[in-house]
Design a protein around this ligand. Sequence first.
Ligand code: ATR
Length: 271
Amino acid sequence: MRTVFGVFGDPIAHSKSPDMHNAAFRELKMECIYHAFRVSPEKLGDALLGAKAMGFGGVNLTVPLKQEALKIVEPDPLSRGIGAVNTVDFRDGMKGYNTDGLGARRTLEEKDVPIRGSKVLIAGAGGASRAIAFQLAKDGADITIANRTGKKAIDLASDVSAVGSAKGCGLEKMKELIAGSDILINCTTLGMHPHTEGTIATAEDMHPGLTVFDIVYNPLETRLLKEAKKAGAKAVSGEMMLIYQGAEAFKIWTGVEPPIDVMKKAVLEGL
Ligand code: ATR
């Protein structure tokens, strides 16, 4: 009998996680299957208890369930700090983790971008920004969060200060901030389909030593990444964060490092 894994969310029809995890299970000849389930926040507690009772191997959580899950599972210190859980392990009770920031860290590491001691400018202060800011601050980066609504960036930076160095501000001084940064990470929705002309910065604001990482992966090459290339900066696209956050969840559940190339192929085919 195959072990069932899944992703819960709403909407969930366009999730790339089933393709990605099933490709890895097939490649490793593991008797497992991964499915997407539409679950509303009110039903999350029942759904998790049901999944545990039915012997699920583990689940991922996505919008709008990640925050709600904190009240239901036992979150580890990182996911508690972030305030969101994206991975649940049922083996010993119901443990919650957040692998989104780890996905971002691995994406940068694989591109040989140093994190410890680097000056990282994160644009945006939503859920993705929270996860990445906590993880990279914990890893010793010096974080600045800039957001359209400045107060949200200041509040987030104050939370992140519990684990590392962080400050928050509005978007007014982006040019200066980018000039003083080693890494720029776009966690806003600017540039995402169908508004593909949007960008948080243009080539004139960038310098060749800069790494520009856009977590938007629809389209794969955003306007921001085109601007980065024009400036001679290193451009890092967002699909690898999606893949690595999945790979980290896979490792939590199975103890096995999944085949990244196989997962990547499955995600790119689905995009
Ligand atoms: P996620 O959970 O994926 O991080 P989110 O919580 O919806 O997404 O956050 C979206 C981010 O994009 C926010 O930081 C938002 O800024 P505000 O907090 O001021 O709303 C940012 N954003 C969205 N549209 C933007 C725009 N046109 N210009 C600048 N920032 C924008």
